[in-house]
Write a protein that binds this ligand. Structure first.
Ligand code: ADP
Length: 356
């Protein structure tokens, strides 16, 4: 590689010593156009639009890129090499594979602000996916309020570390058949996690890459709310193939979601859709009462061109499920909220055509 040292800089360290010349810019555009010819068969879209190619760099006659894929998509590497071999000026393409071993589809659950039911959604969606027969993992990366362990009755559990041929790994806990790992399990009870900057970055990357998940159809990552450093680090460091945004119908929650969508689009990760939580209350006669207003989710769908995956009603039993460690989707599968979660899980299965 002669003078091509360290081509795969960390995204945060990406410092351009000098601005790229016009030839490099033209070559980069040419490479992007060619990469757009490579299609992911299940998702029926090209790998650039799917956010799988990141950190594309042209250095002299060499191409460097990071490829973020699931465990079932390794053939894309060879396909990229083949299409790029048509470039007469390129001496070689270096591809750095970014994948979580044995994990097929990684999805993030995010929200513009706290308290809208993001973790509740992540937990119930994980259960719903598991009920469809999928193998599911849930990574609670909400460094500001990691409450997934409590929602699954795991808050008193200790995380084990094992030695593997690839180094030390965290062993995920298991609840209701779901593999669970949470930043909250590393903190003392009732102590806020005061991680910032490099420490936060290190902990987050450890959580993404040093957990022995085993075979998973889905890994859901419960992101911290908002659009700060922690979110961007997680999204950039992991093979997330899409983000599910949770919102409530209120206007303020919606403007936060709008900001989140722009952030994800800027870092090139597709937004799969929006879940509107606490959409309505079901009255005694079965009527839907929109306590927090209505139409918010729909407004976002139209404005931002992201589908509405489902509308979850307000259900007091959801709180109860969170408190006793048994998610509503398990405790009361016949409730309307549970049915919506199962319906969303079914739609995700259709999209990602998991092995289930
Ligand atoms: P976030 O992760 O966005 O901060 P949580 O999932 O912790 O939000 O939910 C905040 C609170 O709202 C919790 O007490 C939870 O039980 C409650 N909650 C969430 N969704 C619903 C719902 N659909 N109906 C009733 N309560 C809900």
């Amino acid at each position: 590689m002669s003078n091509h040292q360290s081509p795969f800089q960390h995204p945060n360290e990406e410092v351009q010593a000098s601005s790229p010349d016009s030839l490099t810019i033209a070559r980069k555009q040419e490479v992007v156009q060619i990469l757009k010819q490579v299609s992911e068969r299940i998702l029926k879209n090209d790998i650039v639009s799917l956010g799988m190619v990141r950190n594309l760099r042209i250095v002299d006659d060499y191409i460097y890129l990071r490829l973020y894929i699931g465990s079932h998509q390794h053939q894309l590497e060879a396909e990229i090499q083949t299409v790029l071999s048509s470039l007469t000026w390129s001496k070689k393409t270096y591809i750095q594979l970014c994948t979580i071993p044995k994990v097929r589809t990684t999805l993030a659950v995010s929200s513009g602000k706290g308290g809208v039911g993001k973790s509740t959604t992540a937990v119930n969606l994980a259960v719903a996916l598991q009920l469809t027969g999928a193998k599911v993992g849930l990574l609670d990366a909400d460094v500001y309020g990691p409450n997934v362990p409590q929602m699954l009755g795991l808050d008193k559990s200790e995380v084990k570390v094992i030695d593997t041929p690839n180094g030390q790994r965290f062993v995920p806990l298991e609840a209701h058949g779901i593999k669970v790992m949470s930043v909250g399990l590393l903190a003392e009870a009732d102590h806020p996690l005061a991680w910032r900057g490099p420490v936060l970055h290190k902990i987050i990357t450890q959580f993404i890459h040093q957990v022995e998940w085993g075979e998973l159809d889905y890994l859901l990552i419960d992101l911290p709310p908002g659009t700060g450093d922690a979110q961007i680090t997680i999204v950039q460091e992991s093979p997330i193939c899409g983000v599910i945004l949770v919102t409530t119908p209120q206007n303020v929650a919606i403007s936060d979601v709008r900001r989140s969508i722009y952030m994800f689009r800027q870092v090139g990760v597709p937004v799969i859709g929006i879940i509107e939580n606490m959409s309505y209350f079901i009255g005694n006669g079965g009527e839907q009462i929109p306590i927090f207003g209505s139409g918010g989710g729909q407004k976002l769908v139209e404005e931002l061109n992201a589908p509405l995956l489902g509308q979850i009603p307000i259900d007091p039993l959801i709180c109860n499920g969170g408190d006793i460690g048994e998610p509503l989707t398990l405790a009361d599968p016949s409730s309307k909220a549970s049915k919506v979660f199962v319906q969303i899980a079914g739609a995700l299965n259709v999209t990602f055509s998991s092995s289930v």
